[in-house]
Design a binder for this molecule. Structure first.
Ligand code: ADP
Ligand code: MG
Length: 250
């Protein structure tokens, strides 16, 4: 479980996060939604320590990450898998090297153990045998899957995904969502996905946190969301004609 309490983050005079509280349950995929620039990625980065929040606490199963020194964060870091926006693969490394990267950094595994693990992860994301390809040789969907394979290499207890569907066709998006859901259940991971893809929201949105103007404006399930009368949320959700239609036929 991950708990965040009163997270504040500003960049200069730009107050991006203004006191966010939330609890993310294990074995579940929680979604963070909100308009472009609403602070979704910033919140995710504050949780994993890529940004230091100005105020507030981030608790990983009760351990206050924000208070820990660099050294003391390492055990928690090892349990975090992250899929970055745009996959962020190392272009000069093969698929296999990308996956083995964190195993090199964080484990004492032998070369053959690391290779076994990489193969296992590749198989898990349906990319068996693609070890020696370079990112430039992969499609967008394949890059995401390599990103996921890299994120799960360390069997993470906490999985963070920033816009896993951006740039993907709807069919591939659904496959990626299903994969994230399956892996979450498999590892009983606490998974947090930033998205603005309404297909994802309707497909896997059991718990949704809506960010608006730096605050948690609303939270609930996709079913609650369809019935909500919060204007700001509705403006966001039903901007899409498809979602509008879905509501009308409810
Ligand atoms: P989202 O992911 O919801 O689109 P972001 O969290 O990326 O939004 O950005 C929220 C706001 O914070 C934006 O106004 C953005 O310009 C600003 N911001 C994000 N990262 C930085 C940074 N490293 N330095 C300065 N401003 C930033
Ligand atoms: Mg973002």
């Amino acid at each position: 479980m991950i708990k965040i309490e009163q997270i504040y983050k500003s960049f200069g005079s730009n107050e991006v996060l203004k006191g966010i509280d939330a609890t993310f349950a294990p074995g579940k995929v929680s979604l963070i939604i909100g308009g472009s620039g609403s602070g979704k990625s910033t919140l995710l980065k504050c949780m994993v320590g890529l940004h230091e929040p100005d105020k507030g606490r981030v608790l990983f199963d009760g351990k206050d990450f924000s208070k820990l020194s660099f050294e003391d964060r390492i055990p928690i870091r090892k349990e975090i898998g992250m899929l970055f926006q745009n996959s962020a693969l190392f272009d000069s490394m093969t698929v296999e090297q990308n996956i083995i990267f964190s195993l090199d950094m964080f484990t004492e595994m032998s070369k053959s153990e690391k290779l076994d693990r990489a193969n296992f992860c590749l198989e898990r994301v349906n990319l068996k045998g693609r070890n020696k390809l370079y990112p430039s040789e992969l499609s967008g969907g394949m890059k995401k899957r390599v990103g996921i394979a890299r994120a799960i290499a360390m069997s993470p207890k906490y999985l963070f995904c920033d816009e896993p569907n951006s740039g993907l066709d709807p069919e591939t998006s659904i496959l990626i969502d299903e994969l994230i859901l399956e892996l979450t259940e498999e590892y009983n991971a606490t998974t947090i996905v930033v998205t603005h893809d309404m297909n994802s929201v309707m497909g896997i949105g059991e718990y949704i946190l809506y960010l608006y103007k730096g605050q948690k404006f609303w939270e609930g399930s996709n079913q609650d969301m369809m019935r909500s009368d919060v204007k700001e949320l509705n403006n966001f959700v039903f901007a899409s004609p498809l979602m509008k239609r879905a509501k009308e036929t409810m």
